[in-house]
Design a protein around this ligand. Sequence first.
Ligand SMILES: Nc1ncnc2c1ncn2[C@@H]1O[C@H](COP(=O)(O)OP(=O)(O)OP(=O)(O)O)[C@@H](O)[C@H]1O
Length: 600
Amino acid sequence: MVKFNVLKGLYETEKTIGCGGFAKVKLATHLATGEKVAIKIMDKKMMGDDLHRVTLELDALKTFRHDNICQLYQVIETETHFFIVMEYCSGGELFDHIVEKNRLTESESRGFFRQIVSAVAYLHSLGYAHRDLKPENVLLDKHQNLKLIDFGLCAKPDGGMQSPLFTSCGSPTYAAPELILGQQYFGQEVDVWAMGVLLYALLVGSLPFDDLNVNNLYKKILNGHYEEPAFISKESKKLIRSMLQIEPSKRIKISQLLNHPWLTLGIFDPVNYKTKTKKDLDRTCVQTMSKFMNIDENSLKLELSEWLWDYNTVTYLLLLNRKTRGQSLRLYPAAYGWKFPVLVELTANHSTPNNKQTRTRRKFVRSPGYLSPTGQFLEPDRKALKRPRSPALLDEASPVPSKKLTPAKGTPLKTPDRNETPSSARKLLLGSIERSLHKMRHALTPKKPLDSINNSPIMLNNKNLCNVSTTQCKDPELVITELSRGLEKKGINCTRKGFTLKGSFEPAVFHRLGGCSFELEICFLPNLGLPDCLTPTKSILKHSILNKESIESNGFVGIRRKRLKGDSWCYKKVCEQVLALTCTGFINNNSKESVLESSV
Ligand SMILES: Nc1ncnc2c1ncn2[C@@H]1O[C@H](COP(=O)(O)OP(=O)(O)OP(=O)(O)O)[C@@H](O)[C@H]1O
C-alpha cells in the first residue's frame, strides 16, 4: 500500500490490531532488532480540527517513561499521515480480561489497580491529566503488565495541576459530575473519579452508572447513586465510595491512594510511581549500535541523548528492552535494505506541526536482506560487515525530503555522476537495488497456492491464545456457519471474509448508548499439552466443556474475539453470546444438525 512506503525497510507491517476514532493500529516487526512493535497510523485528512490533539498526544508520550505507560519509540510524519511506533501490548485490552472472567477477584483487581494508580500518579507528577481513563485504554503486555494508552485527550494546564481545566471530554460513563455540569474542574480529580468507575468495573463486571438514555445517565452520575453488590468486600466498597464522591474536594487524592490500606493489603509496599529518567543512556546498548553502524560511540551517544524519536531511538529502546529481559543484544541488517549498515550525516528539513526547523541528522543506511524463507531475520554476516563499506545511500523512506548529503567522517561516499543530480543518482541506485531485492524476495518466499488463501483458518500457537474460546466441533466451516446464524438470530448481522466474521450493531440491539463493531475469527488451536498450557488457556478451559484426553490428542477449532470499534460494554454482550454458544452449542460435533440453535 502506497501510504506505508515510508515504513519500507524499517518495519514489516502485519495485521491490523486495533482501530480508533482516527487511527488504525498495525502490528509490525522492527527490522533492525526483529522485535514486535505497534504502529498507530493516523490519517491527517480524517482528523480535521482534531489534528492538534496528535501534537499534544505526542508531546506527552515523548515525556513519559514508565513501566505502565505504553512506550513511544518513533514518530514519522508525512504530508498525509502520522506513524506512531509504540511498544506492542500483546495481551489485549484490560476490558477483554473483564469480558473473559465476567469480573475479577479482589486480589487480581488489586494487582491491576496498583499499576493504574502508579501510571496515573506519574502522569500527574509531570503535570498531565489523562482525562480518558477506562479499561479500553489500558492494555496488557505478554507478562500481564498494564500499559496505559491513548493520550489524545490529555491536558497539561499551563499553571500546573492546581490550575482548573474547562473542556468537557472523555466517555460519558466515566465522566465526573463536574464534567457533566460543564463546570471548571481539576485534572487530578476527574481522573480519580474515572479510576473509581474503573475499579468498580474490575470488581463488579459492570458499570456503576449506566443508562440507554444519556440524560438519565447524567442524572445517575450527578446523584452519585450506584448499586453496591454484596459479593464485593466492605473495604472495596469503601475505597470505591471514596473515589466516587460527587463533591470533588471530598474525593480521595491520588497521593492518598498510593498507600491506601486496600492497595497495600498483602503487599505492604506503597505504590511506587517514580521511574528511571531517560537521561542516562545504557552504555552496552550504545556500544552495540555504534559497532554495528560503525560509527563513533560518543557521537552516537550525543545523538541518542537528543531523543529525536527516529529509527536510532527505537533501535536503542528495543535493545534496552532486550537487555532488561536478559536477552542477547543483536542487530540485523534490515530485510529490505542494503548490505552494509553505514551511517551518513545528512541535512534534513524536519518539520513537525508546531516546529519547523532544519537540522543535521544521522541516519541508518540499510543493508540488503537476510530474509529467510520463513520470513525470519538471520544473523548479520560478520564477514560481510568487515568488508569495505558500500556506497552510502540516502534513506528513501525518510518522510522529509533530504537537502544535502555529506559523508560521515571516514565514510566513502559515491560521488554522483556529473550529469546526474544527487537525487537521480539515488533513484537509479535504489531502482536497481529494489529490483534485485524484489527478485531475491520472490526466490526466498515460498509460493502460496492462490486458492489456499482464506481457505482454511489460521493456526494459533500456544502464546497467541488471548481472547480465544474453543469449540468441540472439528469442522471450522460448520462453526462459522452456525456462529453467524446464531448471531443473526440475535439481530447482529455479520459479513464473512474467509474465516472471519465482521459484525456490527446499532445501540438499540443491546439497549446501550453506543454501537459497536467486532471481529470473530475461526482458528485452529494447537494440540495443547497439559498442564503447561494451563496459564494461557485457563479461560478456554473455563468456557468450554473439554477433557484432557481430547486436548492432548487433537487440535481444536477456536473463535478469536476482537473489538474493532465502539462501546466496549456492547461488545461484552456479544462476547457473552459467543461464549454461551461455544459452551453449549458446539459440544456435539457428530450431529450435523444446527448445533447452535438450542443455545441462541
Ligand atoms: N501499543 C498497542 N499494542 C497493541 N494494541 C494497541 C496498541 N495501541 C493501540 N492498540 C489497539 O488499537 C486500539 C485503538 O488505539 P487507540 O485507542 O490508541 O486509538 P484512538 O484512535 O486514539 O482511539 P479512540 O478513538 O478510542 O480514542 C486500542 O483500543 C487497542 O486495541
